[in-house]
Design a protein around this ligand. Sequence first.
Ligand code: BGC
Length: 343
Amino acid sequence: MRKMFVLFCLLLSASCVKEPQETSTAGTTRAPHSGPIRIGFSMDTLKEERWQRDKRLVEQRAKEIGAVLDVQVANGDDAVQTKQADNMLTKGVDVLIVAPHNGEIAASIVEAAHRKGVPVISYDRLIRDSDVDLYLSHQVERIGEMQADYALKHVPKGNYVLIGGSPTDYNALLLRKGQMNILKPAIARGDVRIISEQFAREWKAEEALRITEDALTRTGNKIHAIVASNDGTAGGAISALDAAGLAGKVLVTGQDAQKDAMQRIVKGTQTMTVYKPIQPLAFGAVDAAIKLARKEPVETRDKINNGKKDVPSILIPPIVVDKSNVDITIKDGYHTREDIYGH
Ligand code: BGC
């Protein structure tokens, strides 16, 4: 993981030295204060393993650089997330990092923060239709492309089920966009038939299970590939396949390289996942937060339109993982050998 982080920094700094395309500074009016920078981190959830890692690494980085950090978790409730952000603003944070539950509703958090002169970083998920200062994530549309590309290479013809994530999370839409970029020509040729293209509410495994059961029933068990948008939904789909005696016989994609998915990949019931190193994201967000709070420019290479503006962005490249390269997550320190193989 450390290696990935160093590589990411090198890539980033190389490009910054050359030609930074965008510079993001918050147009704030807040008076500077003495003492450490106070960062508020508003999280949607800790449900998936990755978010626990994000929290741990953001805490670690804040501690390392002597910032004061307040982390609040909304457990999937928009009203709670808005209230928690308001409370942090009232207490007087200098900068907010927000992983929104609902990318549209969270625009009100940006407005409230800006009224107080506090810059906001959109973390992993894009905050829509707002003047958000910076977006830090992985290349999400690319992840969708990687999932579909992998599926199509291994199952060039057949019945496909697409399982999206929560429709309130813009990532779910970007992933579907990426998947369709790849699948469209194969669908047009008649090679791929889409049996189902639903979204699993709240990224729930149970929803993915239901979607898969339904597709199996409708086709008399003739499903050849399931493009699940993350490992949680992949797990739900695999439970349904298992009940039909088909686990390991149908290609299933995923995302996050979480522990249970890595175990399924080794066992052969999940075919692939997309590994997203979290350290560069978490450390990058804290480092950028400090800069924004100090009104220093943050150099970025990417941008993404959120409906209101092109948001200056830092998008980290994801990595395809299947049975042939599970060890990459071990080398990176993301998992131990024991986590994955049980010995
Ligand atoms: C994240 C995924 C995660 C999903 C469910 C997405 O926005 O990018 O890593 O699995 O949310 O929490």
